[in-house]
Design a protein around this ligand. Structure first.
Ligand code: ZN
Length: 103
């Protein structure tokens, strides 16, 4: 399988685009993977979060809605661990404040 290497450049959003057509490399790769063109409400998700990893295995075509939901969940998880971290710190400080006067 001979694959010609087309020239690409990095777009402002961090995605690779073909120099000749200005098309996004990941959208072209996803089209090839699913064998049809993408609908306007479909987006291509990079599973590993690397916008430049356009390996077909790393690309997932999903609706804009599902995609937003997916990333919202990720943000929620980050938020949860931040709250958990803060509450742990606060409880340690509280315990120290309560215990220290005893010594
Ligand atoms: Zn995504």
């Amino acid at each position: 399988m001979a694959r010609q290497k087309r020239k690409t450049y990095l777009s402002g959003k961090g995605y690779a685009r073909y120099k000749d057509s200005n098309k996004y490399v990941h959208r072209q790769a996803a089209k090839k993977k699913i064998g049809r063109s993408l609908h306007s409400d479909e987006v291509v998700h990079h599973r590993d979060g690397d916008k430049l990893n356009n390996n077909p295995n790393n690309l997932q075509v999903m609706s804009r809605r599902d995609h937003n939901r997916l990333h919202f969940k990720e943000m929620e998880n980050v938020g949860c661990s931040a709250v958990l971290f803060l509450s742990t710190i606060i409880s340690i400080v509280l315990v120290l404040i309560l215990i220290l006067p005893l010594f």
